[in-house]
Design a protein around this ligand. Structure first.
Ligand code: SR1
Ligand code: MG
Length: 389
């Protein structure tokens, strides 16, 4: 039948065709699309006892419309990432009930009982004691398993070949790792930030450091990554008395530097901290970089004795983790900057009564993380950059 764009009314029939639901008369559907890229529908039974989510990639960037075409093959990358994570961290992703490559659609667990982490933080809630630890473990488990430490060489070469995602990587190379430092029609900013945007474009030291991070993004094939691990890609909540953390939306998944995933998460925690500081709701925000790193490092070291290639010795592990730390700081800086003067901004800042002071502070922090990443060797050193004097 070929690829067709699903509308709300198509979902009951689609779920029956795909073998997920027999009684179409029982299905109620609502569209809940929220991110920049795709459509999402929630289907539930009339009595509310059963529900599923359907996510479909459109042939364009959803928020831009058909003027920005984008292959829906990105859903293949998402399904592939979920397959890999399911082997090592199934408790940290939604249950996937099926992938339909013809329609680029995933049928998955309805997580509407949980809340997007960014939404919760924007409402003034704290992270709580477990969220960032689970994220650190997620990055460690996923990256270790898909690195040369956790996967036999030939299997990994096949994974690298299958996971090449040129179109989505190009988006990141452009909107995250170059456009914010050049004149580009995608860029926009609050008028109170125009001087900083101009100074970043003229900052040759900063541009060279970003070029280095960009080239590492393009060439370092350490592990399969989520690729867009911001606080809008994390759901949190309680189920049966337990704190639940689910990472979703890995459509930007590719084989790259592990620090890219940690760095994106760190950037978003640091921006959430600036929002909380501006609103006087600061709580545990300042602990999150440290907590996620400690959980990442602990889990990576716990997995290390299981490595398949033992030529990589313990001394190399220390060196590898140091490199991940340093690159994470650099990518955190690029994510902060692009979210303020690039294409896709963060509601953490845009919904502040006056976004300018917090955005200026965040931009300054982002620059520091990039240009001083080699010398910022502990979470306390990073704190000294972030903490107002
Ligand atoms: C055109 S896409 C802009 C951003 O939206 C996605 O969520 C990614 O973060 C991407 O960089
Ligand atoms: Mg997304």
């Amino acid at each position: 039948m070929g690829y067709r764009i699903l509308e709300t009314d198509d979902i009951p029939g689609y779920l029956r065709e795909r073998g997920h639901w027999d009684d179409v008369s029982d299905i109620r559907v609502r569209e809940v699309s929220d991110g920049n890229m795709n459509r999402v529908f929630l289907a539930s039974s009339a009595d509310g006892t059963r529900s599923l989510a359907v996510k479909q990639a459109l042939p364009w960037v959803r928020v831009a419309g058909p003027s920005w075409p984008m292959s829906p093959d990105r859903a293949d990358a998402e399904a592939r990432a979920y397959d890999q994570v399911a082997k090592v961290a199934p408790d940290k992703i939604p249950a996937i009930h099926g992938y339909d490559p013809e329609n680029h659609a995933l049928v998955m667990e309805d997580m509407s009982d949980l809340e997007v982490l960014r939404t919760r933080l924007n409402e003034g809630e704290p992270y709580g004691p477990h969220t960032s630890a689970r994220i650190g473990e997620f990055v460690a488990q996923f990256s270790f398993a898909t690195s040369d430490f956790g996967m036999p060489s030939a299997e990994r070469k096949a994974l690298i070949a299958a996971s090449v995602s040129p179109e989505l990587c190009k988006i990141t190379e452009d909107v995250v790792l170059s456009e914010p430092y050049s004149e580009h029609e995608h860029n926009h900013w609050h008028e109170g930030l125009a001087d900083l945007a101009a100074s970043f474009r003229a900052d040759t030291r900063l541009r060279t450091e970003v070029a280095d991070l960009r080239h590492t993004f393009m060439t370092s094939a350490q592990a399969l990554l989520h690729g867009d691990l911001h606080t809008g890609s994390v759901m949190v909540g309680e189920r049966e008395g337990a704190h639940v953390v689910r990472v979703f939306d890995p459509e930007f998944s590719f084989v790259g530097p592990v620090g890219y995933d940690l760095g994106l998460y760190w950037a978003n925690t640091l921006v959430s901290e600036e929002r909380a500081r501006a609103l006087g709701t600061l709580s545990d925000h300042g602990d999150q970089l440290r907590l996620s790193w400690e959980a990442f490092e602990t889990e990576f070291r716990r997995l290390w004795p299981t490595r398949v290639d033992t030529f990589f010795d313990d001394a190399y592990l220390d060196r590898f983790l140091r490199r991940v730390w340093t690159e994470s700081l650099g990518y955190a800086g690029t994510e902060i900057i692009r979210r303020i003067i690039g294409f896709a901004h963060l509601t953490d800042l845009t919904t502040l009564p006056d976004p300018v002071p917090a955005s200026r502070r965040a931009l300054a922090i982002g620059r520091e993380l990039i240009v001083r990443r080699d010398e910022l060797d502990t979470s306390n050193a990073v704190r000294a950059v972030v903490q107002p004097t």
